[in-house]
Ligand binder design. Structure first.
Ligand code: AOF
Ligand code: ZN
Length: 363
């Protein structure tokens, strides 16, 4: 097989895997393509909810004897509710496996590769590795650091304001940007807002108009759990799960009321006037989340940025100016030196209707 063909099939596996982002947590969304004599026999990604694994689905769809399997993550070595993918690949008679990146899950961590090799399968690792690690960053971070990755979405005027001094903030960016935001929500496991945003906007935080059959979890950080009840969030718990991270000082009565309303509650330590963001993310990682999409507001954004917990920044800019009296899109960071400012590198820039979208990635 030529290198060009290897790259082409791995790139197909990567794009299959990307289609499952936001749909497979707590598991990674893995892509798998099975090829013989340059012809694709089967292709699959990890199923919604995380099982069956990509390899199992692909193997079930073809006779894979003497074929090559392209997988974006090392096939698993453990027997769980699905069989070990490494063993299933070997048993199916696969001759060669091309792996983009290894799986740090301690149940696999190299043992998937070892099992394949022990069974006489040729194994190559690393093709498409950078791209795979980018796509699978949420899962890899959950396994190696115990927390999900965070994408922080901002939308503001050219002078970085999200509202006038009176708090008027609706429709700064246009309808196409809003649609784009909904598509981004769909590629994350959960959507997160702070208590201020939940109170001011009374949002639903569901995905609409995209034919979406699977809703991300909705999360609110509210230190005192003083959120209005009922609200659009509480009235839509049937449509999408609602999780609330609250501080230790939240009144027991409020905790009970929200549990009654169908929310899942996480008691978190506080740091000043905020929920301690690192501790809250650890709790959410333990609950299985791998990718969180944070939509503000400014204090929550600042708290996540200040703790260096933002992997990706998506910033929409609208062609308007709101002036120094407008509300800034990021709250106080308490910085003295420029050297301490969080740094991002540009990963993409695109006009979205009348607005601009910048994608920044952590350095
Ligand atoms: C694969 N192919 O498509 C995925 C894998 O709970 P389980 O038994 O489903 O195992 C989850 C682990 O399997 C997960 O932590 C990760 O290491 C691996 N995910 N592996 O071979 C797949 N999604
Ligand atoms: Zn597996």
């Amino acid at each position: 097989m030529t290198e060009v063909a290897d790259r082409r099939f791995m790139s197909l596996a990567l794009s299959l895997g990307r289609r499952g982002l936001g749909r497979t947590w707590p598991n990674p969304s893995v892509g798998c393509v099975i090829v013989r004599d340059g012809r694709i026999l089967a292709r699959a990604r990890t199923a919604d909810g995380g099982r069956p694994h990509a390899e199992v689905t692909a193997l079930a769809a073809c006779d894979a004897r003497e074929a090559t399997a392209y997988v974006t993550l090392e096939p698993c070595a453990h027997v769980g509710e699905t069989p070990s993918c490494a063993e299933e690949l070997a048993r199916a008679g696969i001759a060669r496996v091309v792996i983009a990146t290894t799986d740090p899950d301690p149940r696999t961590a190299g043992q998937g590769i070892a099992r394949l090799k022990a069974a006489g399968v040729a194994v190559e690792t690393g093709l498409g590795g950078d791209e795979a690690r980018e796509d699978l960053a949420g899962f890899l971070t959950r396994v190696t650091a115990g927390r999900p990755t965070v994408t922080l979405k901002l939308a503001a005027s050219v002078d970085g304001r999200i509202a006038t001094a009176t708090g008027e903030s609706q429709w700064i960016t246009g309808p196409l940007a809003r649609r784009d935001v909904h598509a981004m929500r769909a590629r994350h496991d959960a959507v997160l807002v702070g208590a201020g945003t939940a109170r001011a906007d009374d949002p639903t935080l569901t995905i609409r108009d995209l034919g979406q059959d699977r809703q991300p979890v909705r999360i609110v950080f509210s230190r005192r759990l003083d959120l209005p009840l009922p609200s659009r969030l509480s009235q839509s718990v049937e449509a999408a799960p609602l999780w609330i991270c609250h501080g230790t000082e939240a009144p027991a009565a409020a905790v009970a009321r929200w549990a009654e309303a169908g929310a899942r509650l996480f008691r978190c330590p506080t740091e000043g006037r905020q929920i301690a963001p690192a501790a809250a993310l650890q709790a959410l990682g333990a609950a299985g989340l791998t990718r969180i999409f944070c939509e503000g507001g400014g204090s929550l954004g600042a708290s996540l940025l200040g703790a260096d917990l933002v992997e990706d920044l998506i910033c929409f800019t609208a062609g308007t100016a709101l002036g120094a009296e407008g509300l800034p899109m990021i709250g106080a960071l308490g910085l003295d030196a420029l050297a301490d400012a969080p740094r991002f590198r540009l990963a993409g820039v695109r006009p979205i209707g009348p607005d601009i979208r910048h994608h920044w990635r952590r350095r």
